[in-house]
Design a protein around this ligand. Structure first.
Ligand code: 6GU
Length: 234
């Protein structure tokens, strides 16, 4: 899978992408990730990429020309399955969207900055708009980190454990069960016996039950959705 990201401040992302599951995916040759610095396409001696908004609100807007040239230099080299603009007014990201994106060949991600990008770029090039939640970030770079991290961890072959998030249907829409590691007793608190039993079937049942109960209590909204979609007898 190839992911290209157009950004105003690429350095914000490089550390994360060089020290995470994303790095594993890249090292294994499963993910080809490229960050393009929009400034390269800036106008004039100062490599200008933003300007004041018409209508006079506060803040700056990314100009259409540098973005257009940047996008066209990329689309002339390959076809993208999605051109994604990261913006608070996009559709809220969820696991289902992440799963479907992880199956694509080529994705182009545009990180906005300041007040956003000129609307004409959205009208002309963007095919999908994604928000990572109902709050406002200063730029799209942090959102791109979130999106690429979520996609990378489910590309088949990235995590060593072959039962990826994608194949574990029961857990898919539920919260994870509690986890423990050594020692088996800490400050008087014991790890549940079943986890020490070595009995795989019982362990799985316990974990499913915990995931189920935890979701019902903490995220009734998710639980309801899961019940509707899984026709699990309750
Ligand atoms: Cl994708 N971008 C920005 N700037 N803010 C956000 C967001 C994205 N998602 C939630 N808030």
């Amino acid at each position: 899978m190839r992911i290209d990201i157009i950004a105003v401040i690429p350095e914000l992302m490089t550390s994360f992408f060089n020290n995470s599951i994303v790095k594993n995916a890249r090292n294994k040759g499963i993910l080809d990730l490229n960050i393009i610095d929009l400034r390269q396409f800036g106008l004039g001696n100062y490599k200008q990429i933003d300007d004041y908004p018409y209508g006079g609100q506060a803040g700056m807007v990314l100009m259409p020309q540098p973005l257009s040239e940047c996008i066209e230099s990329l689309t002339s080299q390959r076809k993208y399955d999605r051109v994604i603009y990261l913006t608070p007014d996009g559709q809220t990201l969820n696991q289902k969207t992440v799963n479907s994106l992880s199956l694509l060949e080529n994705i182009l991600i545009i990180c906005g900055h300041y007040k956003g990008i000129d609307q004409r770029i959205r009208d002309r090039y963007v095919t999908m708009e994604i928000s990572i939640g109902d709050y406002v970030l200063s730029g799209g770079e942090t959102a791109a980190i979130v999106l690429v991290d979520a996609i990378s961890r489910i590309i088949p072959g990235v995590i060593s454990d072959e039962t990826s998030a994608l194949s574990d249907t029961f857990q898919d829409d539920l919260l994870s069960p509690p986890v423990y590691t050594r020692p088996s007793e800490f400050m008087g608190m014991k790890v549940p016996d079943v986890l020490l039993s070595g009995h795989e079937k019982n362990i799985k049942e316990w974990q499913d039950q915990q995931a189920f109960e935890k979701t019902r209590l903490l995220r009734p909204d998710l639980f309801k959705k899961w019940q509707e979609e899984s026709d699990f007898p309750v």
